[in-house]
Design a protein around this ligand. Structure first.
Ligand SMILES: [Zn+2]
Length: 217
């Protein structure tokens, strides 16, 4: 990417579902409070930071417009993936069928233990039971690719949240073709040599950056 760090557009992420729209020729929306950044300006590189939360990068293959979004469990319960698809349609006329989405590394259901309070928020948000049963697992997923953190096991009142599936389901529900959603399926907590993880390392974890920009023809 032939752009310097001064082209990065960073916002103040607040675990919500607010959208900031960066239009070509407008002043940079720096320091806005938002978790979704849209842009049709090739000189600006929307960027979000995560350390377990889901980074979403979306490109419109027809118009070239892009989005970067950040979603932790609050953001996923607020439907950030679907909000981003709808916002691209409203701001730039993007059709969901033209969108290509990358779901970056995020904590997986191998490691992301949550309490009943988190599941209750999803229930209150109105997600149907089949969604909840796909997204909340009763025990940590065992996968050689993403080994669970030490000591995790099935416990009453605890769940393992599957961010990757929740994000994918919401994108597809919003109209993005399943074949155009690409998930890294790499757990940030399982891979200390590669990724930052707040769950694993706490406040000293650092952050991963995910960035995208409109391709300048
Ligand atoms: Zn993991």
């Amino acid at each position: 990417m032939d752009v310097g760090s001064d082209h990065l557009l960073r916002v103040h992420q607040v675990h919500g579902a607010s959208v900031v729209v960066q239009r070509t020729g407008q002043a940079r929306a720096e320091h806005a409070e938002a978790d979704v950044i849209l842009s049709d300006d090739p000189s600006v590189v929307p960027s979000i930071q995560t350390a377990d939360c889901v980074p979403l990068l979306i490109a419109d293959s027809r118009t070239g417009s892009v989005a970067a979004a950040h979603a932790g469990w609050r953001g996923v319960s607020l439907r950030v993936p679907a909000v981003t698809v709808r916002a691209l349609a409203e701001a730039f006329g993007s059709r969901p069928s033209d969108l290509v989405v990358a779901i970056g590394p995020a904590i997986g259901s191998c490691c992301y233990e949550v309490g009943t309070d988190v599941r209750s928020q999803f229930e209150a948000a109105g997600f149907p039971a089949p969604d909840l049963s796909r997204w909340f697992h009763s025990e940590p997923d065992q996968s050689p690719t993403n080994p669970p953190l030490n000591g995790l096991r099935n416990r009453t009142g605890h769940w393992f949240l599957d961010f990757w599936t929740a994000a994918r389901d919401q994108l597809i529900e919003a109209g993005v073709p399943a074949g155009q959603v690409f998930a890294a399926e790499l757990c940030t907590a399982s891979h200390p040599d590669a990724f930052c993880s707040y769950r694993r390392d706490g406040s000293r974890s650092g952050c991963l950056a995910a960035a995208i920009r409109k391709f300048k023809a």
